[in-house]
Design a protein around this ligand. Structure first.
Ligand code: BGC
Length: 775
């Protein structure tokens, strides 16, 4: 496939686009998106093009367009757009000729720069656009435009302001709201979401200068249109003259945690004061402070360094970390990470199991304070989880497959893509029966407690979720007279190409684990922490639940390896027909199987969308032998299409565990290219958040060999041939550890005050300062 993206070998910090093609607008918009966890902005160009997706999102501001639809993150009015007209001719790269084009996202500073020369008739100009969403001041973003006139005298007209004519693919989530001009300079607009009634305060201001502060020659006029407020500027540029335009904008909402209780009018004043200050200091200052915040909060925290000739691998790590921080609402535990982050309308901004199984480990092991917010979100979601359980006739906490505002409960849409045979929309069953999400949530919380040893969180929130989810599972089990065991029927497991299956191995094993965990916790707390235990027992019927867990747990059916050593993915998977998948496996697009079959037909084949049994073997590796892993790998890998971006990283890690390092590295290469790679259409709906968490996991869990197993730290690295050395860090029980791996061995250094224990190759080590181990 053709590609316009280029990764410069010498620079592991930059994503660069060298040609501009309106066929591929979505790629750069998504993979170069900017943000700070509060704001997420697709990197659309200032001038508009057909096919663009102009998105700006504010984390957590969900709205429901219509009663029959699910809630989604609304697309906020645009403040990035600008029209530039030279002698009346609109800047448009599909007209005339452009040269020296580049668009570069500097991951280190979070700044986006686009520059080119444009010639059209008499017009000959050089343009440089810079932009950043401040990582230091979360409400603010800024732009700088330099226009250098390389031709004859030209008049430049600029139209720029706030444009509220934006929708989510046609759904308008906002009322128009008041518009105002203050001090003849500051434009403000105050739309409100139609159903959730969140008031937004949007503010913007421009600074226009010729080369040396010469504002005088500019004529300007304020204009308003429907859902629009903007300035129109006119300026004449003599040959060789340069004009500098800076634009500063901000967003506040009435759900902002630090301003709860304030009226929109209060927020308007706050925004105005802030904008005055940043306008005075200028773009450069803002960009500098933002870059410094990136450095302090992200790049200097447990940096990962790979010694290799493949700069792309190092770039991939930076790319993943950059986006993980752009998309994560670290400022507010009432919000979580969307499956497409804040980079597109895909999945409506909703949170899935992607958080616990794929993104959360990065934060748990390197930014525990952010991880704590993410797990607290699930605690706050208990109300929604109770609602879902009750609606389905169960007890305890059943977490929603898709989640938005914590109390909302289930937000999965009911209808999806077209069925090619019936021509009707396909029903999305995951909101009804993809139930492993409940044990995934518990898994994330348990891992957080084990890795951080955050007892306060455990007591105040974590243990309650563990108990409440076990109560759900106990009520969910179904007794089979025929088999004399408890079963879990009619579910979707992680592999979404198999619907309405019975006894999905992943679901049954993780439900069993969840109940077993609650049993041990109950016993331990009751014995050792009676007072604290009593507090929890006041909230939940723990004694009754314990009786039930105990009677049920031993009779839960746990699919076991058959004679060939294969764990059946569900009751019927192994009896289904096998087809040749080579064509689909080799296709650069995912989901091409559906160009020939519908889901009903795929349901009857031994083909998996994503890791299912193999994910179980990775997450609970203590429960299975190496031999079982190998046999199941050989069986399931060829049947897995990796049509979900959640799949490749798991397979890469398992391959590394099995000693198949070359194969693992090949899967690593495929996985890092899900967004960064040459497929120019794959990121249109937004980047793949889970695959970015997967990049960190492949590096630290896969090649760094780190695992948290039954509460213990294990470090067993194995590097791919292409890597001479790998250096990374993790926080274990609040002690910062640095791990340096080479092909010959590894060193673990404890930069904390307290000694910690870890296991490597079946030996237990007590790490005080430093331990070196050779292979
Ligand atoms: C995958 C799910 C995932 C969801 C959101 C689906 O395509 O099959 O496992 O949670 O995407 O990323």
């Amino acid at each position: 496939m053709e590609t316009a993206m280029q990764y410069l070998k010498e620079d592991p910090w930059k994503i660069t686009e060298k040609t501009f093609d309106t066929k591929w607008l979505g790629k750069a918009e998504a993979i170069m998106c900017l943000g700070n966890g509060y704001l997420g902005m697709r990197s659309v160009t200032e001038e508009k093009y057909v096919g663009e997706t102009r998105n700006l999102f504010v984390a957590g501001t969900f709205n429901k367009f219509d009663e029959n639809e699910v809630t989604e993150l609304p697309n906020v009015p645009d403040m990035i757009g600008m029209e530039l007209l030279f002698d009346g001719e609109r800047l448009d790269l599909s007209k005339g000729k452009y040269s020296n084009y580049s668009r570069v996202l500097n991951l280190r500073t979070g700044e986006l720069t686009r520059s080119f020369q444009w010639k059209h008739g008499q017009i000959n100009v050089e343009l440089t656009f810079k932009r950043c969403v401040s990582f230091a001041q979360k409400h603010v973003f800024a732009q700088q435009v330099l226009v250098e006139n390389l031709g004859k005298e030209v008049t430049l007209e600029i139209i720029s302001g706030i444009d509220g004519q934006k929708t989510n693919s046609g759904s308008q989530h906002f009322t128009e709201g008041d518009k105002s001009l203050t001090e003849n300079r500051f434009l403000q607009m105050m739309p409100k979401t139609t159903q959730s009634k969140i008031a937004f305060v949007l503010s913007t201001v421009h600074n226009l200068e010729k080369t040396e502060d010469c504002y005088d020659g500019t004529k300007k006029r304020i204009e308003m249109g429907r859902r629009k407020i903007y300035n129109r500027y006119w300026q004449t540029l003599a040959p060789n003259e340069t004009l500098k335009l800076e634009k500063f904008s901000s967003v506040y909402t009435t759900i902002d945690k630090e301003h709860l209780g304030k009226t929109p009018q209060d927020l308007k004043k706050i925004a105005l004061e802030e904008l005055k200050e940043i306008r005075k200091n200028g773009y450069q200052e803002l960009a500098k402070a933002s870059a410094a915040a990136w450095d302090k909060e992200v790049w200097s925290v447990f940096p990962i360094k790979i010694k290799t000739e493949n700069t792309l691998d190092q770039l991939a790590i930076h790319f993943a970390k950059y986006h993980l921080h752009v998309m994560t609402p670290a400022h507010d535990e009432r919000m979580n990470i969307g499956a497409k982050g804040l980079s597109g309308e895909g999945y409506k901004g909703h949170t899935f199991w992607d958080t616990e199984i794929f993104m959360l480990p990065y934060f748990t092991f390197t930014h525990p304070e952010i991880a704590k917010k993410l797990v607290t979100y699930r605690y706050l979601g208990l109300a929604g989880a109770h609602k879902k359980a009750t609606e389905n006739g169960y007890q305890g906490a059943q977490f929603p497959w898709e989640a938005a505002w914590p109390e909302d409960g289930e937000t999965t849409p009911v209808w999806g893509a077209a069925d090619i045979l019936t021509g009707l929309p396909t029903k999305i069953w995951s909101g009804f029966i993809e139930q492993h999400i409940t044990s995934d949530v518990t898994y994330g919380i348990k891992q957080f407690i084990d890795v951080t040893n955050d007892q306060q969180f455990a007591w105040e929130k974590g243990y309650e979720v563990i108990f409440d989810t076990a109560i759900f599972w106990a009520s969910r089990l179904e007794w089979s007279e025929e088999n004399q065991r408890f079963e879990i029927l009619d579910v979707v497991g992680p592999d979404e190409y198999k619907e309405h299956v019975d006894n999905n191995a992943f679901t049954n094993h993780t439900a069993h684990w969840n109940i077993q965990l609650a049993i041990s916790l109950y016993e331990e707390l009751k014995k050792n922490q009676p007072e604290q235990f009593a507090k929890l027992a006041e909230k939940l019927p723990l004694n009754e639940a314990y009786q039930e867990w105990q009677t049920k747990v031993a009779a839960i059916y746990l699919p076991q390896p058959n004679e060939a050593g294969i764990i059946p993915q569900d009751d019927t998977y192994l009896t289904k027909k096998e087809i040749d998948l080579t064509k689909y496996k080799n296709d650069s697009q995912v989901g091409t199987l559906f160009h020939e079959y519908n889901l009903e037909q795929v349901n009857e084949m031994q083909v998996s969308k994503q890791a299912d049994v193999l994910l179980l073997l990775f997450l609970f590796e203590n429960l299975f032998s190496k031999e079982e892993k190998r046999l199941n790998w050989d069986y399931y890998e060829p049947k897995t299409l990796h049509d979900s971006s959640l799949s490749l990283s798991t397979h890469a890690i398992l391959a590394a565990d099995l000693g198949e390092i070359a194969l693992s590295y090949d899967l690593f290469q495929q996985a890092i290219n899900i967004d960064m790679g040459e497929n120019m259409l794959s990121s249109n709906e937004g980047i793949h958040a889970a695959s970015l968490g997967g990049i960190w996991q492949m590096t630290v869990f896969g090649y760094g060999g780190v695992r948290c197993l039954d509460g213990q730290l294990r470090i067993e690295p194995h590097l791919p041939k292409a890597w001479e050395a790998l250096e990374f860090g993790i926080m274990w029980h609040q002690q910062p550890l640095k791990i340096e791996v080479t092909q010959e061995g590894f060193t673990v250094t404890n930069h904390g005050e307290q000694a910690i224990e870890f296991i490597a190759f079946d030996k237990v080590y007590l790490l005080e300062e430093q331990i070196k181990i050779t292979f």
